[in-house]
Design a protein around this ligand. Structure first.
Ligand code: ADP
Ligand code: MG
Length: 350
């Protein structure tokens, strides 16, 4: 059953359509990442679900219950939603335990029960030893964990995160990704997680909704948005890779034979296609080989585990990206073999 359902949801700010007729279901216990560039409407979507903003058109349901349409809005405090923003909104002079206990005190939970619940959530976020610390004595990562704990203590069925890791450095972000996975497992809450970081979205979510200019371009499991993006915008936003022009020679049962630069290989396809198409090639599906597409090395960059090699195909402006175990000399002529490819639907061949 869907725990949250938005139907043709739109939000306009003066001339700007921040959200443009978006329909999306969020299954109970699911973890959805809203992924897209800055300004695409992610925060607006969260604020409409939380009730901080009223729809211009469309509706928000929790289960069968109407939460909002342009005429009627259930206030945020009556929706029972947990929200964690990028800025932590903690009380700096209060200690960790008092900050985390706040939602329970506000609800007049019995004093004796509060300490136990606070202890339990601080344990989940890995801050058990920090109960008595003042917020101003904590690092950014620790503060974000306190904000998380304060959200968890209220035991909400729906939790909304708005770029919660945006202010943290790379190493902290990685450890917090583990914390979020753990929280999802432990609480079984329905989570909507806003991020502009595709690695975070792929690692955390069981479904990724790619947004652009107020619309959802594709909502699918991470493997699907990566392996079978609905269009070139999604392909460009998720993962690395190259999009090249090719021609379909033959087609059977979802697999096409395509020709790129005189070399033929198999490409997965969503439907029957023929003639000129755009083909997505991920670096891990390409390798330098005695046979394949002829290409010239443009650049070879050391990335630690691999050398990222950029290659030019014979057709002007067409490039490939390959991960190679060794450096390759710039200017060298090579051939590239293809083990997997995807014909991008809904795109004008370039
Ligand atoms: P994101 O979170 O994806 O970066 P937002 O949802 O914050 O995007 O914003 C979407 C669009 O709506 C942007 O163009 C933004 O400038 C605009 N917008 C958001 N909130 C307001 C507001 N309160 N008043 C006017 N414009 C807004
Ligand atoms: Mg935002």
């Amino acid at each position: 059953m869907s725990e949250i359902k938005v139907e043709r949801l739109s939000k306009r700010f003066n001339e700007t359509a921040a959200l443009d007729a978006v329909s999306l279901d969020f299954a109970a216990g699911s973890f959805t990442a809203l992924l897209g560039p800055s300004g695409c409407g992610k925060t607006t979507m969260l604020r409409l679900i939380a009730g901080f903003e009223a729809p211009s058109e469309g509706s928000v349901f929790f289960g069968k219950e109407l939460m909002a349409d342009p005429q009627r809005q259930v206030p945020p405090e009556a929706r029972g939603v947990g929200v964690v923003f990028q800025s932590y909104a903690l009380w700096p002079h209060m200690d960790v335990a008092a900050n985390v206990a706040y939602p329970l005190k506000a609800r007049h939970v019995e004093r004796g029960a509060i300490a136990g619940r606070v202890g339990a959530v601080l344990d989940i976020v890995g801050l058990s030893r920090f109960e008595g610390r003042r917020i101003e004595e904590l690092s950014g990562g620790q503060r974000q964990r306190v904000a998380l704990a304060r959200c968890l203590v209220a035991d909400a069925r729906i939790i909304l995160f708005d770029e919660p890791l945006a202010n943290l450095d790379m190493h902290l972000r990685a450890s917090m990704v583990d914390a979020f996975r753990d929280i999802h497992r432990r609480t079984g809450a329905t989570i909507v997680y806003v991020t502009h970081d595709q690695a975070e979205a792929l690692a955390l979510a069981d479904r990724v909704a790619i947004m652009s200019q107020g619309k959802v371009l594709q909502a699918a499991p991470p493997q699907e948005v990566y392996r079978a993006p609905a269009n070139a915008t999604v392909a460009g936003f998720v993962g690395r890779g190259s999009i090249v022009a090719g021609t379909v020679i033959d087609h059977a049962e979802g697999i096409a034979t395509v020709d790129v630069a005189g070399h033929r290989f198999a490409a997965r396809s969503a439907g029957i296609s023929s003639g000129p198409v755009n083909i997505l090639l991920r670096p891990e599906a390409l390798r330098i080989s005695p046979e394949g597409m002829p290409a010239t090395v443009l650049d070879s960059i050391y990335r630690g585990p691999v050398h990222e090699v950029r290659l030019a195909l014979p057709a002007k402006g067409q490039e490939l990206l390959i991960d190679n175990t060794e450096a390759v000399a710039v200017g060298q002529s090579v051939h590239v073999a293809v083990s997997d490819a995807w014909i991008i639907p809904d795109s004008e061949p370039s």
